[in-house]
Design a protein around this ligand. Structure first.
Ligand SMILES: Cc1cc2nc3c(=O)[nH]c(=O)nc-3n(C[C@H](O)[C@H](O)[C@H](O)COP(=O)(O)OP(=O)(O)OC[C@H]3O[C@@H](n4cnc5c(N)ncnc54)[C@H](O)[C@@H]3O)c2cc1C
Length: 391
């Protein structure tokens, strides 16, 4: 047996479900607690770069993702008027083709959930950890019922506790497992920008991600199926305002005022009843080991990045499959976690740091010396590094 026979994962997003599948497939007993209900709205879509597809291949779901997603090769650059001005070819690397696959988030989550359940993982939705008590041989865990983001969970009276060899926190940017390990040392910081996502019919000739800049506003068009695409708009939002969702369509049209031509036509097609997701972009990066004793964090809980390289979820899947492999390869838990963290740290932190540098450059903010140095690479250089380096 490897370093852990029973594992509890908090967070059933991309990373947590990938870990549950990878561990279950190795014969590890896995429980997952996920705060959201099973019918939670998961957002619009995302891009799976080929390093993510390679990690997904390890848990046997790459082909399923390709079957429901939209594979493509270059990144296309548009002028603010929507005319193509460049196509950035995908870098040559170790992960093959397709270089990218855009997929709807609900479809992605369903594929991962199915893989985790087929591997024997038990997934409890609407639940969270109430208390964890660690001793030399394990972690005693009591659970609670999740009652919402703004109300406290309710302790599960009478259901007792369970014991695990390891608790993995894949519970996202506001991770409670991270708080358990580090207190308030790491709290998400607002980056000054936000992301608006609007789902629209896919124009027939949109067959790759296309992006355009108009001043500090970036529009990224992503095809996610034969029928649909979404526009992700990154805008400066000084002071992190709380917008009324009823105003979203008007605010998006205002923020797209600098675009014209076919981008202007798309802007004008956004109706007052359009469904729009708004996410203030936050960052939190843990720059010390992502574990203590028998409790570890990974994915966004350890290194949230802004979406500028479309690699955050890719890093979460890579974290998951490499953690499962490390637990398999080592008989000592501390050695497994240490080897895993050393393997993952530089790559995941590079994505977080480079993504933030790109955000700051696009929104005209002052850069640190290190950020200026990272930006010398540009997006193609960063992509080449991620495509050539082994995860
Ligand atoms: C606008 C935007 C666009 C993006 N586009 C891309 C892209 O194209 N490609 C890409 O690779 N990445 C992209 N990302 C990044 C990607 O979404 C994240 O990096 C990825 O979702 C992280 O996965 P995770 O499993 O670590 O966390 P999450 O996906 O956030 O999952 C965490 C899970 O934990 C649950 N949870 C939280 N708290 C608790 C609790 N206390 N108890 C129990 N459960 C809890 C949550 O409900 C959630 O299901 C984008 C991000 C944003 C904001």
């Amino acid at each position: 047996m490897g370093a852990a026979g029973r594992v509890l994962v908090q967070g059933g997003g991309v990373g947590g479900l990938s870990l549950a599948a990878a561990l279950g497939q190795r014969g590890v007993e896995v429980d997952v607690v996920e705060a959201a209900g099973s019918d939670a709205v998961l957002g619009v879509g995302l891009n799976q770069p080929n390093n993510a597809l390679a990690a997904l291949q390890e848990i046997g779901v790459r082909e399923q993702c390709l079957a429901v997603g939209f594979p493509f090769e270059p990144l296309v650059v548009w002028s603010p008027a929507g005319a193509q001005v460049a196509a950035i070819p995908p870098p040559a690397g170790r992960y093959g083709t397709p270089s990218n696959n855009a997929i709807s988030r609900p479809a992605y989550n369903a594929i991962l959930r199915d893989a985790a359940e087929k591997a024997g993982a038990r997934i409890r939705t609407g639940a969270t950890i109430w208390e964890m008590t660690e001793d030399a041989d394990g972690v005693e865990v009591e659970l609670a019922t999740w009652t919402g983001k703004h109300t406290p969970p309710v302790r599960d009276a009478g259901s007792g506790s369970d014991r695990y060899d390891l608790v993995g926190g894949f519970d996202g940017v506001r991770s409670k497992v991270r708080e358990h390990l580090f207190g308030d040392r790491y709290t998400p910081e607002f980056t000054g920008s936000a992301n608006w996502r609007i789902t629209l019919p896919r124009p027939a000739d949109l067959t790759s991600i296309a992006f355009a800049l108009a001043g500090p506003v970036k529009a990224v068009l992503t095809p996610i199926s034969a029928e649909q695409m979404y526009i992700a708009l990154v805008t400066p939002e000084p002071g992190n305002p709380r917008h009324d969702p009823d105003d979203f369509p008007r605010l998006v049209r205002d923020r797209m005022a600098g675009f014209s031509g076919r981008l202007g036509e798309l802007r004008d097609s956004i109706r007052d009843d359009a469904s729009i997701n708004y996410t203030p972009l936050e960052q939190v990066v843990v720059r010390e080991p992502w574990f203590r004793g028998r409790i570890a964090i990974a994915g966004d809980a350890a290194h949230t990045s802004t979406p500028h390289l479309a690699q955050g979820a890719a890093m979460a899947v890579e974290d998951a499959v490499t953690l499962a492999a490390a637990l398999d390869e080592h008989s000592s838990l501390s050695q497994a976690l240490d080897a895993w963290y050393r393997r993952r740290r530089d790559r995941a932190l590079f994505v977080a740091d480079m993504s933030l540098a790109l955000l700051k450059q696009e929104s005209g903010k002052d850069l640190t010396e290190r950020e200026a140095e990272l930006l010398q690479l540009g997006i193609p250089g960063a992509q080449a590094r991620l495509a050539q380096e082994a995860y």
